[in-house]
Design a protein around this ligand. Structure first.
Ligand code: ATP
Ligand code: MG
Ligand code: MG
Ligand code: MG
Length: 562
């Protein structure tokens, strides 16, 4: 492609709204442009990278037998009501009305849509196992969209859903997707760790894993064993269950509010005849102190009707773990010391700060604006909160070191949560009806760009890994006016393309300094400069990131590059 024709609006300086390197470089290199907060146009260079990432994903998903499809972004509200998520998803769900005043949502994820499809279209074990996936624009009205493509409100996700006849088969499917993910992230050139997503299970069996690209700006904290392969997401005390010291300063001091009739966990558990901290995992309170949900451990035998009635009497709605997790991003298995109910309105740190939180630590009263870590010690929150750097790993003699990570992928064994709620059953070999066993698997396609740039840049700009670079070769005739230089550059341009290389030729009449600066910024892996020595058939070749160029004969370029 000819650079003179391509829309690559590079910028000398980073716009002030960009406060992390990847965001700055994406704007400066002309990959993206904002339209509104968290909503971006992908310009030609950015789109080329996205397409490359997408094709790697497609190749690896297809390799494990997954089938690509495409579902609607616009989803009827009824479907979300059936799964119970419509009210519980909260303000992150983008809602809209059609001309008949019917309510819709713009899909933040597609469990509901795909489960209803499978309910209607797959009825026999003979079709199972099955993995379906799509690469699609998702909508989440994030409380705090930021860092460019890292946390958008409209972003691109690859989401896959698996359907199995039994749990053993799901184990295989999960493993296949897991390894497909490692190949995808390897090929994208990312440095990452696979971590147990619910660190509440440190030492236990994880059924959900996150793929964390390591980067200082990452919003998650990952504990990595120095010795074995064990790593876990701490759902960091700061981002999930508290606030950074700077953010904590913006939160008012805890304030007692009168909430008549609401009891402490102690009282509640006593009235329910259950053990505190065992069944009751979490109470979730609105900022006004009204309890809205309680999490009950699914694996515990409990008289559900009795429990529900007791909770209702306390004006507490029963929500299942999955719904609460979806709604709050809260980890399961999070129980506080008796008498201290936990602040849990916590999708992100901002949530704590804005809605405030309350603890039922006195009958008829709650606290709001509690910041864990500021107002009480973090180690009081729960078991895994006790993990600190240097602690020993539960699996070997190694110790934990903490890193920051960007969640680029997430795999999750769902089981029958959605198939049961939406009635997606199948006939097994014995002719009996069973709910289908599901898994779901996401990749932040657009977020990968941010993560790759965070990990691959220098002062001059981006250093794209070859596999996802917008072009393979940047061909730069220093002076396009010079017929010798231009002629040689054009010859190379066609030659390299004939060999299957994607070449961007900088045919602009710009000063060499401008061209080289732009070239560093854009970060194409191989640069070939056709300059003064063109008359002798010599060109300069250099890898992005390499200090010095090599002078070679133009006939050797192809073998050199391939
Ligand atoms: P996060 O913890 O960062 O909010 P999530 O756990 O809510 O992400 P999932 O529901 O697991 O996200 O979605 C699958 C993948 O989609 C994530 O692993 C992430 O890579 C990507 N993703 C989620 N939210 C966003 C967003 N707002 N912008 C860009 N990518 C996102
Ligand atoms: Mg989220
Ligand atoms: Mg997450
Ligand atoms: Mg996730």
């Amino acid at each position: 492609m000819l650079q003179s024709k391509l829309l690559i609006p590079t910028l000398r300086d980073a716009p002030s709204e960009a406060d992390v390197v990847s965001h700055q470089l994406m704007l400066r290199a002309g990959l993206i442009r904002p339209l509104a907060a968290g909503i971006y146009t992908y310009l030609p260079l950015g789109w080329r990278v996205l397409r490359k990432v997408s094709s790697i994903i497609r190749e690896e998903m297809d390799r494990i037998g997954a089938q690509e499809m495409l579902m609607p972004a616009m989803q009827p509200a009824e479907l979300w009501q059936q799964s119970g998520r419509y009210s519980l998803y909260g303000p992150e769900l983008v809602r809209l009305y059609d001309r008949h005043n019917r309510e819709f949502a713009l899909g933040p994820t597609h469990e509901e849509v795909i489960t209803s499809l499978i309910r209607d279209e797959v009825n026999s074990y003979r079709k199972l196992p099955m993995i379906l996936y799509q690469i699609q624009t998702k909508f989440r009205d994030e409380r705090r969209p930021r860092y460019g493509l890292l946390r958008g409100r409209e972003f691109m996700m690859k989401d896959a859903y698996s359907f199995d006849a039994d749990w053993e088969s799901l184990d295989d499917t999960y493993r296949n997707v897991y390894y497909a993910y490692t190949r995808i992230f390897d090929r994208c050139g990312l440095t990452y760790r696979v971590v147990e997503a619910d660190a509440g299970t440190i030492g236990g069996e994880g059924e959900t894993h996150e793929f964390m690209a390591l980067a200082d700006i990452g919003e998650d904290t990952v504990a990595v064993c120095s010795h074995c392969s064990y790593s876990a997401n701490l759902e960091t005390a700061y981002t999930r269950h508290g606030a950074s010291p700077a953010e904590a300063r913006t939160v008012p001091k805890p304030e007692k509010i009168h909430t008549p009739g609401v009891r402490t966990i102690d009282q509640l558990t006593a009235s329910l005849d259950i053990e505190a901290g065992h069944i009751l995992k979490t109470l979730i309170y609105m900022a006004d102190g009204r309890p809205v949900a309680v999490i009950v451990r699914g694996d515990h035998e409990v008289n559900e009707t009795k429990l529900k009635n007791a909770l209702r009497a306390n004006h507490i709605e029963l929500a299942n773990e999955e719904i609460v997790r979806q709604h709050t991003g809260a980890p399961i298995g999070f129980a506080g010391p008796v008498g201290l109910s936990l602040p849990l309105w916590i999708d992100q740190e901002a949530a704590i700060i804005e809605s405030g939180v309350a603890g039922a630590n006195e009958p008829n009263y709650h606290l709001r604006y509690v910041v864990p870590g500021r107002d009480f010690p973090l180690e009081h929150i729960g078991d895994y909160r006790n993990v600190t750097e240097g602690d020993s790993c539960p699996h070997c003699e190694g110790t934990f070191k903490f890193y920051r990570g960007i969640e680029v992928g997430h795999v999750f064994k769902l089981g029958t949560k959605y198939s049961a709620a939406l009635g997606a059953g199948f006939l097994n070999a014995a002719g009996r009806e069973n709910p289908v066993i599901m898994g779901c698997y996401g990749i932040g396609v657009s977020r990968i760009l941010s993560a790759v740039i965070e990990q691959n840049h220098d002062d001059g700009g981006i250093l794209w890994p070859m596999a996802i670079a917008p072009f393979h070769v940047h061909l730069i005739p220093v002076s396009v006016q010079d017929p010798v230089q231009r002629g040689l550059a054009e010859k190379l341009y066609y030659r390299l393309q004939a060999e299957g290389m994607e070449v961007l030729m900088d045919d602009r009449e710009e000063r060499p300094g401008v061209k080289f600066k732009d070239s560093d910024l854009i970060g194409i892996p191989i640069r070939i400069v056709v300059g003064k020595q063109a008359g002798e058939g010599l060109v300069e070749i250099k890898e992005r990131g390499q200090a010095a160029a090599e002078v070679i004969g133009y006939e050797d370029v192809v073998t050199h590059v391939l």
